[in-house]
Design a binder for this molecule. Structure first.
Ligand SMILES: Nc1ncnc2c1ncn2[C@@H]1O[C@H](COP(=O)(O)OP(=O)(O)OP(=O)(O)O)[C@@H](O)[C@H]1O
Ligand SMILES: [Mg+2]
Length: 238
């Protein structure tokens, strides 16, 4: 469904992603893990054509190189970015309606009402403006809006970032349910919850894959996983 081949992203002299090969098959939820600065966001932005890269990004058999980001979104590759990016001056309900306009003719997979069922906490907030939401509420709206867009594939950048453990649980329970019908690539630093929800994972370290496997294999190699994820901390801790 989504295939990254020899993907490289550089910022001037800084090589952030170094010849990455990643495959996500139909109906598969895959975790992209790694410490700060590993190149996770750069990878997702390259897929969405928001970032220059070399190598190829193949979505459903089609090379996306040269497409505009809006065309990629129109093709059903829906990106929930780091920091959520809601429309601050629109209400929760209006933000969800923006998802409807992004459907581009695809049959609805989730209605706005389905989103309120998935995230009941949003129902009483329907008329609340975007700027007046907590981080967790914003994340629920951002994911809800992506679902209303009838995604053929979801890219999620650190959905748990800054959320309380209980909200993280709610968000991942929804992603687990969505993942039964929609393939996704989920960037996370919360390794345990990501591997619990996804069937496979890759660990990115300094722009390269340090480790990959099924979630079970990766959980079994806990020590190795921790050393990859802890590597960066060892560098920044005095
Ligand atoms: N616009 C930019 N200009 C220059 N360097 C950048 C830019 N964006 C990212 N980088 C660098 O590229 C590397 C990878 O960054 P990226 O944001 O992809 O990492 P990440 O894995 O998403 O990290 P985090 O977990 O902190 O979000 C880092 O070294 C970062 O400093
Ligand atoms: Mg990031």
């Amino acid at each position: 469904m989504l295939e990254l081949r020899s993907l490289c992203v550089s910022y001037g002299p800084v090589d952030a992603v170094k010849s990455l090969d990643i495959v996500v098959r139909d109906r598969e939820a895959v975790a992209l893990l790694g410490p700060n600065g590993a190149g996770k966001t750069s990878t997702l932005r390259a897929v969405s054509q928001l970032q220059r890269f070399t190598g190829s990004v193949i979505f459903d058999g089609v090379d996306l190189r040269g497409r505009k980001p809006e065309d990629v979104a129109r093709a059903g590759l829906v990106h929930v970015p780091e920091g959520r990016r809601l429309f601050a001056s629109l209400t929760v309900h209006e933000n969800l309606q923006m998802g409807e306009t992004a459907r581009s003719g695809r049959a609805p997979s989730y209605s706005i009402s389905d989103v309120y069922d998935l995230f009941p906490a949003l129902r009483p907030l329907a008329r609340r403006l975007g700027y007046a939401l907590s981080g967790g509420e914003q994340q629920m709206v951002a994911i809800g809006r992506a679902l209303v867009a009838s995604p053929r594939f979801l890219l999620l950048d650190e959905p748990s970032l800054g959320l309380a453990p209980i909200v993280t649980k709610v968000v991942f329970a929804v992603l687990a349910e969505v993942g039964t019908r929609t393939p996704m690539l989920v960037v996370e630093q919360n390794t345990a919850i990501a591997l619990n929800t996804c069937s496979r994972g890759y660990v990115l370290v300094s722009g390269r894959i340090g480790m990959s496997g099924t979630s079970e294999e990766m959980t079994d190699r806990e020590g190795m996983l921790a050393s990859y994820l802890g590597q960066h901390d060892a560098v920044v801790t005095p």
